[in-house]
Design a protein around this ligand. Structure first.
Ligand code: PPS
Length: 429
């Protein structure tokens, strides 16, 4: 509390955010138990956020009722001890469930705690730290978190890798100092042992703020999680849309991924269209091959999942993988997916490359004129207003400068095939 008061002289409004796992209340030595009581006597001096009730990693839960029950225990604990429950912020042990996303965690966080902000060091990867980003998933804002170098096991300064000298180097112009200087918004986390046992975190943060105050003209200010998240995504609106990476290609991500998920659940090749080139026929023929397995059909879009091009992408990786269930008849087969809409969308190549960098792409190229005519008939069958007003000939001969925008867009979709974006992301075989 004294350190917090001193840090406030350097960073106006500074408050520690304390997370709690209620199961461990009064489970330490007598001294630690007294510490628990002292903290609770000073509950008003801090911001609070829920951690997991028993510190279990969320990706280890596959049952919503179980996860909800344990989160409710932590909430009941908070209410019983006068801890505020309305911060709308939480983080998970070892980043588990936050990224790679475990939908169950997001569902139950929203339900029990109305979580709207979280943070992680894992998106898109732990390293390099300068490439860490934020994203928004199902209304929950995920902020990038920075690394302070004080881990759970670093209880005493002589156990800090390289000792006090190395820590001071990091503070005085080294990694920690630079992290704060180069990131306009910083979120750090350390563990109670680092605050309690030999006050490593208190020493580290007070020192780095003093150093910044002394050697730079930066103005440090502090905000609560909701305000911080609003500021962050106003500053970086291009980060709001997530780009899902492949957990199977990242050892750390694989460790915090549910055992129920498997790399088998992702396709080895994609039939990307374009529409009206016979992709349904190809899908059907390929599905008959004994060594090949197609995605299971979607209720809305039939044999096409249409994940990478539209709003389905925001449903996340768990949603996508349910179309590739693992079972004896499918395992060891070559899994594929076909969505003819993948071909002519700017965003698809970037998303496909992030999730499936080694995927093979299959496209069918037919006479553009034949395809255009077929696509016109397809649009007509679906009641597209342009086809009611204009004949095929009128559409393809529409004068660029005089026709309405809706017809121009329609004509472009008919004729334009954006193949070039794929070629810039993938090498042609
Ligand atoms: N083997 C083969 N060779 C050539 N053309 C074929 C073949 N199989 C299907 N088709 C024709 O492809 C058209 C349907 O294409 P898609 O299945 O890709 O349509 S969709 O985008 O999924 O709606 C559709 O064209 P239209 O008849 O002009 O609509 C099919 O007749």
């Amino acid at each position: 509390i004294k350190t917090q008061d001193r840090i406030r002289q350097l960073v106006p409004g500074f408050k520690f955010n304390l997370g709690f796992s209620g199961k461990y209340f009064h489970r330490g030595t007598w001294e630690e138990n007294e510490g628990d009581d002292t903290i609770l006597e000073n509950v008003d001096k801090f911001n609070w956020f829920c951690h997991m009730w028993n510190h279990m990693q969320p990706h280890l839960y596959n049952n919503e009722t179980h996860l909800e029950y344990e989160m409710s225990l932590n909430k009941a604990f908070a209410e019983a001890h006068g801890i505020p429950t309305n911060s709308s912020y939480s983080v998970a042990p070892h980043h588990s469930g936050v990224y790679p996303v475990h939908e169950l965690l997001y569902t139950v966080w929203k339900k029990v705690w109305n979580i709207r902000v979280t943070s992680t060091e894992e998106y898109p990867h732990l390293r390099p730290a300068r490439l860490r980003r934020g994203f928004v998933h199902r209304g929950i804002k995920v902020l990038p978190r920075q690394t302070c170098g004080l881990f759970t096991h670093t209880i005493y300064v002589d156990r800090y890798p390289g000792g006090l000298k190395k820590l001071d180097e990091s503070i005085m112009g080294g990694e920690l100092f630079q992290t704060i200087v180069y990131n306009p918004i910083n979120v750090f986390m350390s563990h109670m042992s680092n605050y309690g046992s030999d006050r490593l975190a208190l020493y580290t943060f007070e020192s780095v703020f003093q150093f910044i105050r002394c050697w730079t003209n930066l103005k440090l200010v502090s905000s609560g999680p909701l305000e911080l998240a609003d500021k962050y995504f106003k500053m970086y609106p291009e980060e709001i849309d997530p780009v899902w990476g492949n957990p199977c290609l990242d050892q750390r991500h694989l460790k915090i991924w549910s055992y129920k998920k498997s790399c088998q659940h992702l396709p080895k090749f994609l039939v990307i269209g374009p529409q009206k080139t016979g992709t349904t026929a190809l899908y059907t023929f390929l599905s008959m091959h004994p060594n090949i397995s197609a995605n299971i059909p979607s209720k809305e879009t039939f044999e096409e999942i249409q994940f990478f091009n539209g709003r389905n992408y925001y449903k996340g990786l768990d949603w996508y993988m349910q179309f590739f269930p693992s079972n004896d008849s499918v395992d060891n087969k070559i899994v594929f997916e076909k969505s003819a809409t993948y071909f002519d969308s700017d965003i698809v190549p970037k998303r496909v490359q992030a999730l499936l960098p080694n995927v093979k792409l299959v496209t069918i190229l037919i006479s553009p004129a034949k395809r255009a005519y077929s696509w016109y008939q397809h649009a007509k069958a679906h009641g597209d207003p342009n086809t009611l007003k204009y004949s095929f000939h009128q559409v393809i001969t529409a004068n660029e400068s005089v026709v309405p925008k809706s017809l121009r867009d329609f004509r472009n979709r008919l004729l334009q095939l954006i193949i070039i974006t794929y070629f810039s992301k993938f090498q042609m075989a």
